[in-house]
Design a protein around this ligand. Structure first.
Ligand SMILES: [Zn+2]
Length: 374
């Protein structure tokens, strides 16, 4: 993920009202008032939320102006973006007596995938290492129907091949749950030794492990499509046109061929390997879907790693959000103190933990299970 922004959270009574309204909305979607309290994040929502290293050093006044612009912009873009997930109302499926086995993944195998991916070196679009990684991913998908969405992207640095890879696991229910994550690494840092262990590596690996979990099993629920997205990173500077090359293309394509309206949920993973895992509550994601994710995390006992702070994130889910697909971005943008390792050569394996991969992987599987029942 590349987008950096600065936002200062202002306690706004109107927003609080919107949150209550959102909770009521959740109730109309089959929720019942629960007794569960809001989970205690390891961090309380800070009054000052800084997402960007560079701007942190700038004048606070400038940041303040920018932050209000960003908040306004987010509100205009999506009517439900400023609302926060309510955990005071949980869907009726949330039941502590639920006898279903708690899912888990093979986290040491997932971690080995990260090591393998990092060993290729920098993997920006158009590079030989990127090509090797494409082959690595598809070689782990033998026996699974795989579809490519390959095209040439026009970028500020010229034309590049971009290839989204989709592995399909059919289910008995009509509808699709997409679980996505990008596999390209930052382009501007391509000659710095940057390997993107967390940013690019962790998302690639978790999807490979989820493929292992899904392979060869009959799915009594929605079809699950695993999507390795490409060209997520900007090639020059993050903007609406210099970013998200793969998902912008794929969302268009799926809208044209009718796939989009079959997608029940778009679950995105990005930077989920940090040993100090703090998944953000993304204000650009769909509140009811984030609520299901929180419910899944809570049943597995992982809620302290989720939604400790609320921030708007620009990531691969946006092209789908803008087309009305329920989407949730699971991202940890607190990678090292003040996100200091993000987009630096310090994004290396030693910062990652198999336990974080376990947490996100199992929460994703539990989320799918809950969605199947809804
Ligand atoms: Zn990135």
């Amino acid at each position: 993920m590349s987008y950096v922004a600065v936002r200062i959270a202002v306690h706004d009574p109107a927003t609080a009202a919107e949150r209550r309204q959102n909770a009521a909305h959740g109730a109309s979607r089959g929720s019942v008032p629960g007794t569960m309290q809001a989970p205690k994040g390891r961090k309380q929502t800070p009054h000052l939320q800084i997402l960007a290293g560079p701007c942190a050093a700038r004048m606070l006044a400038t940041c303040l102006v920018l932050s209000f612009a960003l908040i306004a912009c987010a509100r205009q873009k999506s009517p439900d973006t400023p609302q926060t997930v309510s955990s005071t109302l949980l869907p009726a499926t949330m039941n502590s007596d639920d006898p279903a086995p708690k899912p888990s993944i093979n986290s040491s195998r997932a971690m080995q995938y990260v090591r393998d991916v990092v060993a290729f070196g920098p993997r920006p679009i158009g590079s030989p290492n990127h090509k090797k990684l494409e082959t690595y991913i598809t070689s782990h998908l033998k026996g699974v129907p795989v579809e490519d969405d390959a095209f040439i992207a026009e970028t500020p640095e010229g034309k590049f091949p971009v290839r989204n890879i989709i592995a399909k696991f059919p289910g008995t229910r009509d509808g699709i749950i997409v679980i996505a994550g990008h596999y390209d690494t930052n382009y501007p840092l391509r000659n710095t030794g940057y390997v993107g262990a967390n940013d690019g590596g962790s998302s690639t690996a978790i999807l490979l492990e989820l493929a292992n979990q899904l392979r060869g099993k009959k799915r009594d629920g929605y079809s699950v499509w695993l999507l390795w997205t490409d060209g997520e990173e900007a090639v020059k500077q993050w903007s609406a046109t210099d970013s998200l090359y793969g998902t912008r293309h794929l969302a268009e394509k799926w809208q044209k061929d009718g796939t989009l309206k079959k997608i029940k949920a778009f679950l995105l993973t990005d930077m989920i390997g940090d040993a100090d895992l703090n998944i953000e509550q993304d204000m650009n994601s769909t509140p009811w879907l984030e609520n299901v994710v929180l419910q899944a995390a809570t049943r597995l006992g992982y809620q302290s790693h989720f939604f400790g702070r609320s921030i708007p994130v620009e990531d691969d889910h946006l092209p789908f959000v803008h087309k009305g697909v329920p989407s949730a971005d699971l991202i940890d943008l607190d990678y090292g103190y003040n996100n200091v390792f993000h987009h630096t050569p310090q994004d290396t394996l030693d910062k990652l933990s198999p336990q974080s991969l376990e947490i996100v992987g199992s929460v994703l599987m539990e989320t799918v299970r809950l969605l199947d029942k809804m």
